[in-house]
Ligand binder design. Structure first.
Ligand code: PLP
Length: 387
């Protein structure tokens, strides 16, 4: 088989002299990016070396046309089965998408199409990711926001009071973006069953953390009321971007999303995008296969250990956590949150702030090692002196 370079050069001639200049220019732009070793706010990370190798092998694949890329499609089915197993449903169906935003859109779109309410609404926790505002806008659904309890979990009684005859779905978060908190999915599942509506779980972050913790909270398909789950390999799965995941309890939900695809090798398509890469499928497979359950457990344990180290250092500096960290996300109360964030950014350290309460937030991804934390804390000490 010819390489992409050979095919390209056959068509456009040898461009190697110009290519070096172009690459130099690209490198210049790339060097302006901030290195992950100074980023303590991202839910993405440096891809696993196996993910990079797999990504390169699948560079030209397009799952929008699965009859051509039939091996890649078989691999996607395998990845969905692996994720389904992690989420306690070996019969789960779905696909590898562009990320948590698409996963949430598709989860709710399936619910809306199944229930077809005229003035439909969804009930999401106040802590929900902003992608649900896009969901509401795109799908013309009212997004009702339920309050939180003192531990920043959604208040189940508030959810219940916001559900009415036009509700198509309720949403629970397993690993909130700002605090890494887990909503009471067990109780939300009971509401969904009782009201005959769907429950979408946004486990974009927590889906590849919680299953590998000691005594994991039952956030997944083991609850009968859970219809769909967003779970992103490009976050804690260390896959290459883009690799999100949307899984459904059964085929019924995929059928609710289908459109006919007259001129392709397939008859119908249930994905949101048409052309879509197989790279995320390959890189997810490579990481899960290489690490296995125990390997993922090791990664999660290491992140949790480093979260505790960061917590101790911050407490020593006089900060108080908003909640005891549930997973590898932790926030600390401070009235100076924005000032601290901005001053650190000037020094090329990236942290973030949260909506409520005023706090600075950290995500302790695999690249946030003990050494990174040490360097960060000494810079933070300097920043606190000048503020
Ligand atoms: N859901 C949750 C809980 C998230 O934390 C995020 C992103 O951080 C998303 C959804 C959106 O994911 P993406 O940026 O991959 O679209």
């Amino acid at each position: 088989m010819k390489s992409i370079k050979e095919m390209f050069e056959e068509q456009y001639g040898n461009t190697s002299t110009r290519s070096s200049e172009i690459m130099e220019e690209l490198k210049k732009y790339r060097s302006i990016d901030i290195s992950y070793s100074r980023v303590l706010s991202s839910m993405c990370t440096i891809p696993h070396p196996y993910a990079i190798e797999a990504h390169l092998m699948f560079l030209e694949t397009n799952l929008g046309n699965p009859g051509i890329f039939r091996g890649t499609k078989m691999l996607e089915d395998k990845v969905i089965a692996m994720l389904g197993k992690i989420l306690h449903n070996e019969n789960a169906v779905g696909y590898i998408c562009s990320g948590g935003t698409e996963g949430n859109i598709q989860g709710i779109r399936a619910a809306r199409n199944i229930h077809r309410k005229r003035d439909g609404n969804i009930v999401v926790p106040k802590s929900a990711h902003f992608s649900f505002d896009k969901v509401g806008d795109l799908l013309r659904l009212e997004v009702r926001k339920a309050g939180l309890d003192e531990e920043y979990r959604v208040d189940v009684s508030d959810v219940e009071s916001l559900v009415d005859e036009n509700t198509v779905a309720i949403v629970g978060i397993a690993g909130t973006t700002e605090l890494g908190q887990i909503d009471p999915i067990v109780e939300l599942s009971e509401i969904a069953i009782e009201k005959g509506i769907e429950l979408h779980v946004d486990a974009a972050f927590g889906g590849l953390v919680i299953p590998f913790m000691d005594n994991p909270y039952p956030f997944d398909f083991q609850n009968e009321g859970v219809s769909s789950i967003t779970i992103d390999p490009h976050k804690m799965g260390m896959a290459t971007i883009p690799a999100g995941g949307i899984l459904f309890r059964d085929e019924r939900y995929l059928r609710a999303l289908e459109v006919k695809t007259p001129y392709l090798t397939s008859k119908a398509q249930y994905t949101l995008t048409g052309t879509r890469p197989g790279t995320g499928v390959a890189s997810t497979y490579a990481v899960l296969k290489k690490l296995g359950f125990e390997g993922m457990q090791r990664i999660v344990r290491e992140c949790m250990k480093n979260t505790r180290i960061l917590l101790e250092e911050m407490v020593n500096l006089g900060f108080e956590p908003v909640i005891e960290p549930v997973m590898n996300v932790v926030a600390f109360k401070t009235d100076k949150a924005e000032k601290i964030r901005d001053e650190l950014y000037k020094r090329e350290w990236v942290i973030s702030t949260i909506r409520e309460p005023k706090a600075i937030r950290f995500v302790v991804m695999p690249h946030v090692t003990e050494d990174v934390i040490k360097d960060f804390i000494s810079e933070l000490r300097e920043v606190l002196k000048v503020l």
